[in-house]
Design a protein around this ligand. Structure first.
Ligand code: ZN
Length: 113
C-alpha cells in the first residue's frame, strides 16, 4: 500500500488525503520535488507518492470531483521541525556519551589509587 514519501508524514492511501505520483517524466519539476523533500540518498520511483498536505491550495485543480495537481505544482509544505528536533536529540545523546566516558576515566583514576 503506498504511503507518503515525505519525512515525518504518515499519510497512506487508505486515509482521506489523496496521494500523488512524482512527475517522473518532468525532470525539472522532479528535481524540485525531490529537493524540497530533503531526503538524503533517495530517488523516487513509479510507486513513490506524496500526499496533498505538502501542496499549497493553488497547486490543485478539481477534475470530475477529484483533486488533481496542476502541471506546475511543486510541494513546498514539509514538517521539517520534527527533523531538526530528532537531530538535536541525537546531539544530546552524543553529549551524554561523552559525559559517560569522562565518568569512566574518573573511575579508572580512582582504581589506580
Ligand atoms: Zn505526506
Amino acid at each position: 500500500m503506498p504511503s507518503c514519501a515525505a519525512l515525518n508524514c504518515t499519510s497512506r492511501s487508505d486515509s482521506q488525503r489523496p496521494l500523488f505520483c512524482f512527475p517522473l517524466s518532468d525532470r525539472k519539476r522532479l528535481r524540485q520535488w525531490v529537493g524540497n523533500l530533503r531526503r538524503r540518498n533517495w530517488t523516487p520511483n513509479k510507486n513513490s507518492r506524496l500526499c496533498a498536505l505538502h501542496f499549497e491550495e493553488g497547486c490543485f485543480t478539481v477534475n470530475y470531483g477529484r483533486k488533481r495537481l496542476t502541471s506546475t505544482a511543486v510541494p513546498t509544505i514539509f514538517n521539517l521541525s520534527m527533523l531538526y528536533k530528532s537531530r538535536s536529540t541525537q546531539e544530546k545523546s552524543r553529549n551524554a556519551q561523552v559525559i559517560c566516558l569522562w565518568w569512566l576515566e574518573d573511575m579508572r583514576v580512582d582504581l589506580c589509587w
